[in-house]
Write a protein that binds this ligand. Structure first.
Ligand code: LLP
Length: 410
């Protein structure tokens, strides 16, 4: 987002024009920013055989998936529905990794039938897989590395108390099952968490993967998960992709030399690729002063962007209706019947009723975590590409609220 000619713009398209054409609330994505992020990651790992598996769950509009495909990424899917979405937009099964957690074995079978790589995250499932498929279907095994890292407890998933993955301490058990069923283990995977700043955490994960990998003879890839930290506020320190790329690539090359074969290195970023590309544009419905603060009540809330309430996440906010004028301090809240504070005590250009605010970092886990709570409609989505705004999802209508409800005639 830039300010040009006294207007907030994305690729030369004024955001206020998008708000007036498509209404608010509306999610806007800068396609160029996504392509730039993909390129940054590709460049950071240019000396190794990198495969990016975009974490579909972060933002799963079919046009975003198609853009990723054009940019040369594969995908990581966590539900059979995400697998089907990826196939729908033209991904080859071989480009899709299925990383489910706590699903029924039938869902895994369905994914096998669709031809995608399965990432197994618990021992009972590994047993079922072995019994059912033996060595006829290659698979990946998700290990829990017992590393505590990540932006907050809810998104730290690689520690010993986490439900995800097979404990690295259970490796012997895994090896036994692999041997008994003669399993074809093509990959090993770790994902430590989200909002991980430090290259050392990725290196620690790498060491654990390398150690485990020595026990498997036919590996084709090692998957380091996602979790790179992006900037949310000005001055935020973010994952230094050049440093992570340099350090992890060096360690990976050394490992491959000892392993005797060049493997692929996989990453599954969500936020890194799509967080910063997104803006949620909302209308200031009410400017309400109390003895304690001045609230701006907007036409959105935890139903559209749950991250501030669920993770205490910080999202930058701008009043895009005004580029000049005095600053005032506001608390921005939603219209949901809950305390849905989007941002507290923020300095904005003085807000008048009807102004449009842009909530930043809304690309990842924004629309994809939206709901119809309070029987509200989910927003429209717009993708800006090559200097042109495209509506990529229509705003929901009241009929959508009634859809699938069955009136039993009471
Ligand atoms: N791979 C696996 C196995 C994952 O579970 C996740 C995220 C990712 C990759 C991508 O992580 P990322 O690069 O986006 O950090 N809704 C939360 C984040 C939850 C992430 C869940 N898993 C948030 O909005 O902060």
């Amino acid at each position: 987002m830039t300010i040009d000619n006294q207007q907030y713009q994305v690729q030369g398209v004024p955001l206020l024009d998008i708000a007036s054409e498509y209404g608010t609330p509306v999610y806007v994505y800068d396609g160029q920013k996504i392509l730039d992020q993909v390129a940054t990651l590709q460049n950071a790992f240019s000396s190794v055989n990198l495969k990016i598996k975009y974490a579909t769950k972060a933002l799963s509009n079919i046009n975003i998936l198609k853009l990723m495909k054009k940019a040369g990424t594969g995908v990581d899917a966590v539900s059979i529905e995400e697998v089907k979405l990826c196939l729908h937009v033209g991904y080859e099964p071989s480009e899709i990794m299925f990383t489910p957690n706590c699903v029924a074995f039938e869902e895994i079978q369905e994914a096998v039938d669709l031809g995608v790589m399965i990432n197994i995250d618990n021992i009972p499932m590994l047993e079922h897989f072995g019994t059912y498929y033996g060595n006829s279907v290659p698979l990946c095994i998700r290990l829990n590395p017992h590393i505590l890292a990540g932006g907050n407890a809810k998104i730290s998933v690689g520690h010993i108390d986490s439900k995800f993955g097979i404990s690295i301490l259970q490796l012997k058990h895994v090896l036994k099952i692999v041997e008994v069923h003669n399993l074809k283990v093509a990959g090993l995977h770790v994902h430590t968490g989200s909002d991980i700043l430090d290259a050392e955490v990725f290196l620690k994960g790498a060491e654990i993967l390398f150690d485990a990998a020595k026990e498997f003879k036919d590996l084709q890839f090692l998957d380091f998960g996602g979790g790179f930290k992006v900037g949310y506020k000005e001055g935020d320190i973010t994952t230094d992709m050049v440093e992570v790329g340099r350090k992890v690539s060096a360690a990976f090359k050394e490992f491959c030399k000892n392993y005797g074969r060049e493997l692929e290195i996989w990453f599954e970023p969500g936020k890194f690729l799509v967080s910063e590309c997104g803006y949620l544009l909302v209308n200031a419905n009410v400017v309400k002063s109390t003895p304690a603060s001045t609230f701006i009540g907007v036409d959105s809330g935890l139903n559209h962007l749950i991250r501030p309430m669920m993770y205490d996440a910080y999202h930058g906010v701008e009043n895009i209706s005004r580029v000049t004028g005095p600053d005032r301090v506001y608390t921005i809240v939603g219209y949901i019947c809950e305390t849905d504070t989007i941002a507290a005590d923020r300095k904005l250009k003085e807000v008048k009723e009807g102004d449009v605010l842009a909530i930043k970092n809304a690309g990842a886990y924004g629309f994809s975590m939206a709901s119809n709570y309070n029987s509200r409609l989910r927003p429209a989505e717009v993708l800006v590409l090559d200097g042109k705004a495209h509506l990529i999802r229509a705003r929901e209508s009241f009929e959508d609220i009634l859809r699938h409800q069955i009136d039993i005639g009471l």
